[in-house]
Design a protein around this ligand. Structure first.
Ligand code: NAD
Length: 364
């Protein structure tokens, strides 16, 4: 499938419309605003897979009780340097910032903090949480799993065993966006298959594997027949995403299950009761470090100059360039705030249909 031309929507219009949809769906104005803000933030960062394309699914999950409005996280246990938190299946856009703020507060006092989060609704783009910690001057490291979300085949295997299990590190930079490594441990995030299924950017060859072991880039490998469906369901497909980086990426995905699932007390990707997956339950293990407590005087400056040294590597291809983690997101954010957010027509239509079902006219 080739990418279809996009509809461009101004960032404010998109955030406001999405927020109104969640108010109409039963969230408080404040929670709806947070959902709108964080979904838009993913689009602005260039991660359309975790942006407003999620609206129809989130609304469906809310209506089915797979995510709950108006939840606050419960601190199950804590000390000066750690906390064990239950997200009570609340929206990740509500639970996420609360949990990150807890880690920030502890690490500012003690120098470091480890916070585990279990049973959170979809926490979306993990880079948002690392950026929040970086704004407070902290380095943060996040291992995430997707409970009951078996969708990725392990290295050498065909059957689904992992979630798309993202891994993220954020490093603050003075007067500049943070250095930010943030990726799914599958070859592509599931949402990128979703984007492709809506006529967006095709996924790379071999990102999927069929039940017979045949490599594929056809979204139907994951979703089954997709014609006339507003909400794609990976429970309908027979194939799997593939872990990135052979045994190494597959190993990180595995450890995300062990740390963010088993250790944090959140469900692992599988086995899935009944064999079908519902909404997304994220587990997360986060480590927060306050550079000042580590005697790292000049850390930010040396990190900045090292990043510059890396960018100055001669490009391998003529006209190419070398980026460091976070550069792509910063550039895309600047461009989309200026020019608007491109959405695949089918994505925008599905959002408007979701709004219409809740009694909302499309935005002008
Ligand atoms: P991706 O493949 O686009 O990789 C993004 C990372 O690569 C960023 O750190 C970016 O700065 C860096 N990068 C991009 N281009 C680069 C270049 N040319 N040179 C150097 N570095 C470059 O990301 P992805 O795997 O598609 O993940 C998308 C998003 O999905 C992430 O934000 C992730 O947190 C999110 N996610 C969330 C969940 C969940 O359950 N909540 C699950 C999976 C993924």
């Amino acid at each position: 499938m080739d990418a279809l031309p996009a509809t461009v929507v101004a960032a404010d219009t998109l955030r406001d419309f999405v927020s109104r949809i969640f108010v109409a769906a039963g969230c408080s104005a404040e929670e709806a605003r947070r959902i709108g803000h964080h979904l838009l933030s993913a689009n602005l960062a260039g991660h359309d897979s975790h942006g407003v394309i999620r609206v129809p699914r989130y609304v469906q999950w809310l209506q089915e009780g797979k995510v709950r409005a108006g939840q606050a996280p419960t601190v199950v246990a804590e000390s000066a340097t750690h906390a064990v938190v239950d997200g009570n299946l609340g929206f990740g856009q509500t639970i996420g910032p609360a949990v990150v703020d807890l880690g920030i507060a502890k690490a500012r006092e003690a120098g470091l903090a480890v916070v585990t989060l279990r049973n959170a609704g979809h926490v979306g783009r993990i880079g948002d949480w690392a950026e929040r910690a970086a704004e407070a001057g902290l380095v943060s490291i996040h291992f995430v799993n997707v409970g009951m979300g078996e969708i990725v085949a392990p290295f050498g295997g065909v059957d689904r065993r992992f979630g798309t299990n993202p891994f993220c590190i954020g490093v603050p930079q003075p007067d500049a966006p943070p250095l930010l490594l943030d990726f799914a441990t599958s070859m592509v995030a599931e949402g990128k298959v979703l984007v492709a299924s809506n006529g967006g950017k095709p996924i790379p060859p071999g990102a999927l594997i069929g039940p017979d072991g045949e490599l594929s880039s056809d979204p139907r490998t994951l979703y089954g027949p997709i014609e006339n469906t507003i909400v794609r369901d990976p429970g309908n497909g027979e194939g799997a995403l593939r872990a990135f980086g052979d045994h190494k990426g597959s190993g990180i995905a595995f450890m995300c299950e062990i740390l963010a699932g088993c250790f944090a007390g959140s469900p692992t990707a599988g086995p899935v009761p009944g064999g079908k997956r519902g909404g997304i339950v994220n587990g997360m293990l986060s480590i927060y470090l306050h550079p000042q407590h580590f005697g790292a005087a000049g850390f930010a400056e040396t990190a900045r100059s090292f990043a510059e040294h890396v960018r100055n590597s001669r490009p391998a291809a003529p006209g190419g360039e070398v980026l460091v983690p976070g550069d792509a997101e910063s550039r895309t954010r600047a461009a989309r705030l200026r020019d608007g957010v491109p959405l695949q027509p089918e994505t925008w239509a599905a959002i408007q249909t979701t709004g219409a079902k809740l009694g909302l006219p499309p935005p002008r």
